[in-house]
Design a protein around this ligand. Structure first.
Ligand code: NAD
Ligand code: IPM
Ligand code: MN
Length: 384
């Protein structure tokens, strides 16, 4: 079988700190599971690279990244006092985070962010039913509020008008919502195999074993709300085995806190998904353990990009206290995704996921980045 190639992109702030742990863990897994996998660590995109070369990444960066099978990113974002307000400004005055350049440039149109209850993590919710938290937020990753279009009139004056255009297309909406229903089915089948079925009740009292909840703000943003609604109904007709549900985004934020166990797959626009996934992360034990996957489900040959949901955390960068487990859970998602190409990766993915889950459940005296890394290395090695 061919060897697979992945790139590690440490990035900024705590990115390199958590990526050092991920690299060590990856080495152990490659060795222990005899994975046909090579990796390279790239110095870009990164603010450091920008400082030396005047840009976040080389001109041919996207082309080079397309040559890998998968990518693991630490974090990107200004790490703090070195703030340069011009860093992300395009020549026409539009600001665009380099992460968005990667997602759009690699055509990774779906972002999946799972959140589930892990015994041992900080629980912010007192209701014991919050232990049944097990949701997957699927975020639109290519357009919407992040279309990057708009402009300024009379900029810099007291009459300034800034416009930020939101763009929602049928094509991107349809593929996203269809993907959400597919994932709901796959998750139900996985629960069936693991003998932990869930039940969702429809208004007429009938039940289903999986659910997709659509998030919009259709009461105030009727144009795209209406498009999402119609496409949702149209696609749902192909999935009579899946319960459907709609929430306005503000009410959804409230219900994530009040009754998170009621959600299964949640499908949301780019910005709504961004906000709801930080919220979902904190319900599941914090940003320190929340992974994400940027995917192109319609083209498995596009390298997928895996990254923690958190950013560069300038407030704790350089202190050695960042939790590397969000990046390690992201690595587990990466290995699982590679499993679709070569089943040997499934074993390593499961091994890593189970080790992380067990680590969270334990009572440990030390919690710094390196201490967690050493502990997980030890636990992984011991089970090889
Ligand atoms: P952040 O996610 O970096 O940090 C939010 C809070 O969570 C901070 O208090 C931080 O200390 C804490 N935190 C984050 N990761 C942690 C970890 N692994 N362990 C322990 N605590 C952790 O969000 P922010 O401060 O709003 O943004 C900082 C920068 O990161 C910005 O430039 C932003 O654009 C960027 N950002 C990048 C990504 C990404 O690369 N995927 C995601 C979010 C934000
Ligand atoms: C995330 C981040 C990014 C986003 C930023 C850095 C542009 O918050 O990955 O959640 O909004 O998508
Ligand atoms: Mn975010």
């Amino acid at each position: 079988t061919d060897s697979h190639r992945i790139a590690l992109l440490p990035g900024d702030g705590i990115g390199p700190e958590v990526m050092a742990v991920a690299e060590a863990v990856l080495k152990t897994l490659i060795h222990g599971h005899r994975l046909p996998l090579d990796y390279e660590v790239l110095p870009w995109p990164a603010t450091d690279w920008h400082r030396r070369h005047g840009e976040m990444m080389p001109e041919d960066a996207l082309q080079r990244l397309r040559g890998y099978d998968a990518l693991l990113l630490g974090a990107l974002g200004d790490p703090g006092p070195l703030n340069d307000p011009d860093r992300y400004r395009l020549s026409d005055g539009v600001s665009l985070a380099p992460l968005l350049t990667l997602r759009k440039g690699l055509n990774l149109w779906a972002c999946e962010r799972p959140a589930r209850f892990y015994p041992g993590t900080v629980q912010y919710l007192a209701d014991p039913r919050a232990r049944d938290l097990d949701m997957l937020v699927i975020r639109e990753n290519s357009e919407g509020e992040y279309a990057g279009q708009g402009g300024r009139l009379r900029a810099g004056t007291r009459d300034e008008i800034a416009t930020q255009l939101e763009v929602f297309t049928y094509a991107a909406t349809e593929r996203l919502i269809r993907h959400a229903f597919e994932r709901a089915r796959a998750r139900r089948d996985e629960r069936d195999r693991e003998q932990r079925p869930r039940t969702f009740t429809l208004p007429d009292g009938a039940t289903r074993e999986a659910q997709v909840c659509l998030i919009t703000k259709r009461n105030a943003q009727a144009f795209w709300g209406d498009l999402y609604d119609r496409v949702f109904e149209e696609v749902a007709a192909d999935y009579p085995d899946i319960a459907t549900h709609h929430e306005l985004v503000d009410a959804a934020a409230m219900k994530f806190v009040q009754a998170p166990w009621r959600f299964d797959v949640v499908v949301a626009s780019n910005l709504h998904g961004d906000i709801l996934t930080d919220l979902a992360a904190v319900l599941a034990g914090g940003l320190g353990v929340a992974p994400s996957a940027n995917l192109n489900p319609s083209d498995p040959d596009q390298p997928a990009l895996f990254e923690p949901t958190h950013g560069s955390a300038p407030d704790i960068a350089g202190q050695g206290v960042a939790d590397p487990r969000a990046t390690l859970f992201s690595l587990a998602l990466l290995l699982h995704w590679l499993g679709e190409k070569n089943a040997i990766f499934y074993g390593a993915a499961r091994h890593l996921h189970e080790t992380l889950t067990a680590d969270l459940a334990g009572q440990h005296p030390a919690s710094g980045t390196d201490a967690i890394g050493v502990r997980i290395q030890g636990a992984l090695g011991g089970n090889l």
